[in-house]
Design a protein around this ligand. Structure first.
Ligand code: NAG
Ligand code: NAG
Ligand code: NAG
Ligand code: NAG
Ligand code: NAG
Ligand code: NAG
Length: 417
């Protein structure tokens, strides 16, 4: 009896400990991990193993971690199709999506209301107008989707990493499903996009952190954005996204039909911190943000302009056009000494409660080494701050000072007459 009681007591305290452990454990232990999705690089062999001969396609009936619909093939690097060698962005395997084919993965432990950025690599094969429909589903109905255009080749490698974001609404608890679908209907059903290296990252809204300073730009240092693999050297393309709330680059909109590139300090030169945005495709690559302003108040937009260190010149200079309300300013990149960036500023008077701030590259630049990869100026550390009352007053008194002198002069001249 005594023995049993003590066992129960021990069991009780053990349960209590376990309970405390569960409660006190940081939430992150129960959240979806940032980084590669389960078999997101398609390197895990399917149940039947990867196919045999080089030219042979392994039609994937069971890719670990993924569900498929339609003709989904596992391709290996070096594999040929016609006379062409298929591009595998990372490692030795990737998937190719045939006409209207789809791959999907169930995501667990999603946090209700949170925004997630999905990074993936894609390459086209033989069709010119290839695209990918990326979507997020909750409770088996479509929650959000986007078509990512693969028509423009931004880098000479033949593939690129792209980012897209969705918001988990918590319709079906903490689970949802992401899918990649080839919406195309090509005559040659083997002409479909190749997908590889799929990763996810929960985004935090940097809104609150900027409240300390008087800077009204959200994520102006671009430190928060989609997942970039530490060994992926091409940066991540941010395609058109007109939704400021659900974006892979918190706070910002890519409002042009061409993409801009999110770059990291491991592979590019970045003016400040670890991340920045490289403006590609001239006037066709625009990022913007609507910032909170007070009507009639004067503001100062400041930003850093630099080179990404990717041999970007290509005959044209680097220059950025910056907009703030009805003001615009063209800044040419002309660093002093051995600096890799310079600052620029633009003052404006707010005409409304919200003011648009935007940037694009003035020229179409390409890399000097391969003469075809798109590149451009890097923008970082964007701030909009109200011009302090002190400065403003100083200006008024200075103006007033001139007025006094003018009056005195008039007074004196009137005397002489
Ligand atoms: C596969 O996709 C087709 C449309 O292309 C759809 O009708 C069918 O229901 C899908 N099958 C599954 C198992 O999702
Ligand atoms: C990047 O690193 C991961 C592991 O950290 C590795 O599996 C992968 O092959 C690497 N990719 C490249 C392109 O080196
Ligand atoms: C993506 O595909 C889904 C069907 O799977 C469709 O409902 C949706 O409209 C498509 N999205 C876009 C942007 O075309
Ligand atoms: C705007 O900011 C820049 C950089 O801090 C500064 O040089 C400039 O004087 C400011 N302009 C005004 C009107 O305060
Ligand atoms: C570049 O600038 C740094 C800091 O101003 C200086 O220490 C360094 O000697 C400069 N390098 C060259 C090559 O001018
Ligand atoms: C601010 O802009 C003015 C006018 O374009 C320029 O002369 C000045 O150097 C700039 N200051 C900074 C810190 O960029």
């Amino acid at each position: 009896m005594v023995f049993l009681q003590s066992t129960f007591r021990r069991l009780g305290s053990l349960l209590l400990l376990l309970f405390l452990f569960m409660v006190l454990l940081p939430n992150s232990a129960f959240a979806l991990d940032d980084g590669l999705l389960e078999n997101g690089d398609f390197e895990e062999p399917p149940s039947g193993g990867f196919g045999g001969a080089e030219e042979e396609m392994a039609v994937a009936s069971s890719i670990p971690g993924w569900t498929t619909n339609g003709t989904v093939e596992l391709v290996r690097s070096g594999q040929k199709q016609g006379g062409m060698i298929l591009i595998v962005p990372q490692g030795s395997h990737a998937v190719r999506l045939g006409n209207e084919a789809e791959i999907g993965q169930e995501l667990m432990k999603l946090e209700k209301g949170s925004t997630y950025a999905v990074t993936f690599s894609a390459a086209r094969t033989c069709a010119q107008l290839e695209s990918l429909n990326v979507s997020f589903h909750e409770s088996s109905s479509l929650s959000s989707s986007a078509t990512v255009d693969l028509q423009t080749l931004y880098s000479v490698e033949g593939w690129d990493a792209y980012a897209w974001a969705f918001q988990a609404m918590g319709v079906r608890g903490d689970t949802g499903r992401i899918a990649f679908r080839n919406p195309g209907m090509e005559e040659d059903p083997t002409c479909g996009p190749i997908v590889d290296n799929i990763a996810i990252k929960k985004l935090f809204n940097p809104d609150s952190s900027s409240k300390k300073s008087k800077n009204v730009v959200i994520n102006g240092d671009f430190e928060e954005g989609p997942w970039i693999f530490p060994n992926e050297s091409l940066g991540v393309l941010l395609p058109t996204n007109l939704d400021q709330d659900i974006t892979s680059l918190p706070g910002w909109i890519v409002e042009s039909n061409r993409a801009v590139r999110f770059v990291d300090s491991l592979h590019f030169t970045v003016p400040q911190g670890k991340r920045a945005v490289e403006l590609l495709s001239g006037k066709e690559g625009i990022i913007s943000q609507m910032v909170k302003t007070t009507q009639g108040k004067q503001y100062n937009l400041t930003f850093n302009l630099g080179t990404a260190g990717d041999k970007c010149r290509g005959g044209q200079p680097l220059a950025v056009m910056a907009f703030a309300g009805d003001q615009a300013k063209n800044t040419h990149y002309a660093p002093t000494g051995n600096m890799t960036h310079q600052s620029s500023n633009l003052t404006f008077t707010a005409k409304a409660e919200r003011t648009r701030v935007a940037f694009y590259s003035v020229y179409y630049n390409t890399r000097t080494d391969d003469k075809s990869s798109l590149c451009g100026p890097v923008v970082d550390d964007v701030r909009v701050m109200s011009v302090s009352a002190g400065v403003f007053l100083n200006q008024i008194t200075r103006d007033y000072h001139w007025l006094m002198m003018l009056l005195a002069l008039m007074f004196l001249t009137s005397f002489r007459i």
